[in-house]
Design a protein. Structure first.
Length: 284
């Protein structure tokens, strides 16, 4: 596989850590973000930097053209960029739901379609989709974020089968809690449709509080990983002749996915009620 790698969402967190680690390992790294001005540090260590906005098809096409002009094909694509939209199902404005899917699902679909012709031509390549443990379990107040990650899991499973014969591998990275501001950002996304009023006010406040606390203290927070843990997992996938289709990252992912696997739906709901109030029941 060519040692060129195109990474989305490199302005901070997992994307930045992955770009740094792969560049140190000798990869030709093309680091991207909506605002390339935030990529100066990566540029200084030898990464190529580009503007890439997952809601802007031309910026995606231009980025792929730039990599292919130098390398012939994108060796590996890391679909990392994304964010979490929180809030009660009924309350989140539909435009925020659409924006969530545009960034987390439709953008990566289009970008992957852009790199596949080159990969098929050279009969080699790797697609790394950064999903989440949230692609296989659901926390209250995260319906739309979890829906996007469930979609990424399904898309990856189908794509893995369809491109195997071309020498292309597809890998899902499933991080658990990752330190670095995700919880605070997710809590800050909560919005409410005017027609819903204050009906879910208590619930949404609890979602924001529990989300922050999950990353800042308690048992689960102590099991959180770092962006470099994810970067290390991505590096192993890129370096493997036969990468595993799914890679869980962090103790919290392994613990909670195992717990969800062995819990019935009702048992999981009971567990969630220990942390989240149930709307319409006075918090019971």
């Amino acid at each position: 596989m060519a040692r060129s790698v195109l990474i989305t969402g490199c302005s901070s967190g997992i994307g930045a850590a992955t770009a740094r680690r792969l560049r140190a390992g000798g990869w030709d790294v093309w680091a991207t973000a909506r605002d390339p001005g935030r990529l100066d540090e990566l540029r200084e260590i030898g990464c190529q930097t580009l503007r890439l906005d997952l809601t802007d098809p031309e910026s995606m096409a231009a980025a792929v053209r730039a990599v292919e002009a130098e390398h012939g094909a994108v060796g590996a694509l890391v679909n990392n960029a994304g964010y979490s939209q929180s809030g009660a199902f009924e309350a989140v404005p539909i435009e925020r739901v659409r924006a969530q899917f545009e960034t987390n699902v439709f953008g990566p679909i289009e970008l992957t379609r852009l790199v596949l012709p080159g990969m098929r031509r050279v009969r080699s390549g790797l697609i790394v989709n950064v999903s989440s443990m949230g692609g296989r379990l659901v926390f209250p107040g995260g319906a739309f974020y979890h829906a996007t990650k469930h979609a990424v899991e399904a898309l990856s499973d189908a794509l893995r089968f369809e491109v195997r014969g071309y020498g292309i591998h597809v890998v899902l990275i499933e991080p658990g809690l990752i330190r670095g501001g995700f919880g605070e950002t997710a809590a800050a996304t909560i919005e409410t449709r005017p027609e819903v009023g204050t009906e879910y006010e208590e619930f949404n406040a609890a979602v924001a509080r529990v989300t922050r606390e999950a990353y800042q203290g308690g048992l689960v927070a102590r099991l959180a990983g770092s962006p470099d843990d994810v970067a290390r997992a991505i590096e192993r996938a890129l370096s493997s002749r036969r990468p595993r289709p799914r890679i869980k990252v962090g103790p919290s992912a392994r613990l909670l996915l195992a717990q969800r696997r062995w819990s019935s739906d009702r048992a999981w709901d009971r567990l969630m009620r220990r942390s989240f109030p149930s709307p319409g029941t006075g918090g019971d």
